[in-house]
Design a protein around this ligand. Structure first.
Ligand SMILES: [Zn+2]
Length: 389
């Protein structure tokens, strides 16, 4: 007789269970979407978090709230046996998500939550309220079938869409205790995500000398012209082959057409594929000098999300997911993306991290945001399978 740890993972039974629970999964998703939760409204996020907390408790989770002053409260829920002696395979798995969205309160009036054309539509449905409901359903299945062999920690924050300033230390501390991290962000098309670029923001301020454009032209030091040169310089650092991009997103300066401008500034978005690119690009920014020595540059910024590199540990998780998916009758692809998630933080700690394990859909952060219903049950079963063993 194989013992519990060696028993095969019953994927077909999990799929049947997920299909049985599809209705309640949709119902929970709709309730979460109805609780609008933009990152900048603590009370709105708290209400959505409270709703999720009640549900996770109801299905047998041990919930703990990390109360926050400025941002939404952070929800931690534990399932399954508490960790046994420190043997690596018995370490918990961290399920990572966020309950905030990019949509302001009131969006529902113009973008109502509805099921139509095989999709569930609504603000935050894909990113990532359906993923939250999928996690709850997967755990409910495992609790009911008594299949949890190790502790699962679920963590939902309320500040991911604004860079996770408050939740990052909690995410990192929990990830350090875990064998693997599964991120409930939407899939990339149909694929799980094994790599994400790191993200940096820089701000460049140019101070020139104002002068009358007609009377005193030579006395002026044109801050806009200086900024234009810098924009060309930093844009050339883009290396598409390597996946490194430098994109000047906003720039402004000057006051009137007949005044040589004394002020100009730009905001720059940087994406890096590898951890080592961070210090390299930072050095280039701090080495910038004005071509007109009368101009002064102030350069601030840095990398705020490290890249999630395609590590061996992450690939191991992917292979397991692919094997389980084939038992369910579909081929699971992998993808990489330029967008960041909380998975960037956990992967940078060296914890195997697999991302994109939430819903399949389209239009995250866009008016046509929606979840493809067809994939809800199979992806929930796959998630459940990944939590066994
Ligand atoms: Zn998201």
């Amino acid at each position: 007789m194989p013992n519990a740890a060696e028993a095969p993972i019953p994927m077909r039974a999990l799929l049947a269970g997920a299909r049985r629970k599809e209705h309640s999964l949709l119902d929970l998703t709709r309730k979460l979407v109805a609780a609008e939760s933009p990152s900048d409204s603590k009370s709105a996020v708290d209400a959505c978090v409270a709703l999720a907390a009640a549900h996770f408790k109801q299905i047998g989770g041990r919930a703990k709230l990390h109360r926050q002053r400025q941002f939404g409260n952070i929800l931690e829920v534990r399932f399954g046996p508490r960790p046994a002696p420190p043997r690596d395979h018995a370490k918990p798995i961290l399920l990572l998500g966020h309950l905030d969205t990019v949509w302001p309160v009131g969006t529902l009036t113009s973008m109502p939550c509805r099921v139509r054309d095989d999709h569930l539509w609504g603000p935050g449905a894909l990113d990532m309220k359906a993923g939250t409901a999928m996690a709850a359903t997967a755990l409910e299945l495992l609790v009911e079938a008594d299949l949890l062999r190790r502790e699962i920690i679920v963590l939902f924050n309320g500040d991911e869409e604004i860079g996770s300033p408050a939740s990052r230390p909690i995410t990192e501390a929990l990830a350090r205790q875990c064998a693997a991290v599964y991120v409930l962000e939407p899939a990339q098309g149909l694929a799980y995500k094994t790599a994400r670029k790191g993200i940096g923001d820089w701000h460049i301020q140019v101070k020139g000398i104002a002068a009358h454009a007609g009377v005193d032209f030579e006395k002026g030091a044109n801050a806009l012209l200086e900024l234009a040169r810098i924009i060309v310089t930093v844009s050339k650092w883009t290396d598409l082959k390597r996946g490194l991009t430098v994109s000047v997103g906003v720039a402004a300066g000057g006051s009137k057409s007949n005044v040589v401008p004394a002020e100009a500034w730009a905001d720059i978005d940087v994406r890096i594929p590898r951890l080592a690119d961070g210090p390299r690009i930072a050095r280039r920014f701090s080495a910038l000098r004005p071509a007109d020595p009368r101009c002064k540059l102030t350069v601030t910024g840095g990398i705020n999300r490290p890249p999630m590199e395609r590590s061996r540990g992450t690939l191991r998780l992917l292979r397991k997911a692919q094997a389980l998916a084939s038992e369910l009758g579909f081929e699971l692809q992998e993808a990489s993306t330029g967008g960041g998630s909380d998975g960037n933080f956990t992967a940078a700690l060296g914890i195997p991290t697999l991302d994109g394990m939430g819903a399949v859909g389209k239009g995250a952060h866009a008016r046509h945001e929606s979840v493809f219903l067809e994939h809800l049950a199979p992806r929930t079963a796959l998630l459940a399978g990944m939590l066994i063993g």
